[in-house]
Design a protein around this ligand. Structure first.
Ligand code: B12
Length: 214
């Protein structure tokens, strides 16, 4: 996707000023031009939220502005989902969750939506999922794959504990994981957890799903 910087900057300005209607117009134009939802998620929404994070870190915007930008993004993602209803089902199922104490859910939601767009049936559990409840849900839904999201680096121990419990209950379940907690590494810690794989973004996830065979 080639998104001119000027267009991106206009979108970001609308997002930071809380102008939901203007943001919506940008998305409608991109969808109307045949842009893929993955590209919109990655090149527009993710890029803008990463910028929001930098501005917040530098104290240039308030927590309220960050919350507003996140809420608008989640609203726009639902708008994009109108695309999903026509997708033919492929008979595969995925559960997508965030680790305990992990409150960043937008990335995981994008992952669940990407599976849906490829015809998978998904259960997206949102933020902060306790291991015990996740295990019960997996027993109930019997998915073909589990996706786990972790953004906060200092939550690594929650993630590893969750993986240990998951592996005791489901030794062979394919697991994929991602999120900004792994931006600076950490994947070597996963080598003892069997069929598990790190995927960086919705763009690489798309390739993974297209080549996936059970
Ligand atoms: C919005 C936001 C919040 C919101 C989240 C609300 C919500 N509804 O999700 C709230 C207010 C809760 C929050 C809280 C905090 N936050 Co915050 N937050 C953000 C912000 C601005 C945007 C997050 C986001 O949605 N990004 C966009 C998504 C699409 O990107 P993504 O998560 O990386 O997802 C993509 C890939 O990573 C990957 N992926 C992600 N998950 C998965 C899973 C699978 C299975 C796969 C295959 C792929 C995959 O695919 C996604 C799509 O391409 C980021 C800035 C940033 N750089 O992202 C900071 C950021 C993540 N937060 C940060 C921090 C420090 C915090 C707090 C500790 C602040 C505090 N002092 O309280 C708390 C921690 C709360 C907790 N325990 O979780 C830091 C994290 C640093 C780190 N890695 O440790 C960041 C990077 C800000 C910064 N620059 O410092 N935050």
């Amino acid at each position: 996707m080639i998104l001119p910087d000027s267009l991106y900057e206009n979108y970001r300005e609308a997002l930071l000023s809380g102008n939901r209607n203007r943001c919506q117009s940008f998305v409608q134009i991109l969808i109307g031009n045949g842009e893929s939802v993955e590209n919109i998620y990655f090149h527009l929404f993710q890029r803008a939220l990463y910028d929001v994070g930098k501005l917040w870190e530098l104290n240039k915007i308030t927590v309220a502005t960050e919350h507003m930008a996140t809420a608008i993004t989640e609203y726009l993602m639902i708008l994009c989902q109108q695309e999903l209803f026509s997708t033919q089902r492929v008979g595969k199922r995925a559960v997508i969750a965030c680790t305990a104490n992990e409150y960043h859910q937008v990335g995981a939601r994008m992952v669940a939506d990407t599976f849906e767009m490829h015809g998978w049936d998904t259960w997206f559990l949102g933020s902060n999922t306790p291991s015990k409840d996740l295990i019960n849900l997996i027993q109930d839904k019997q998915p073909d794959l589990l996706g786990l999201s972790l953004s906060i680096y200092f939550n690594h121990h929650h993630f590893l504990r969750m993986l240990t419990q998951l592996r005791e209950a489901f030794p062979d379940l394919p697991i994929i994981y991602g999120g900004q907690a792994f931006r600076w590494g950490g994947s070597s810690l996963m080598s003892g957890y069997g069929n598990i794989r790190h995927i960086e973004s919705v763009i690489t996830l798309k390739e993974f799903i297209e080549n996936y065979s059970i």
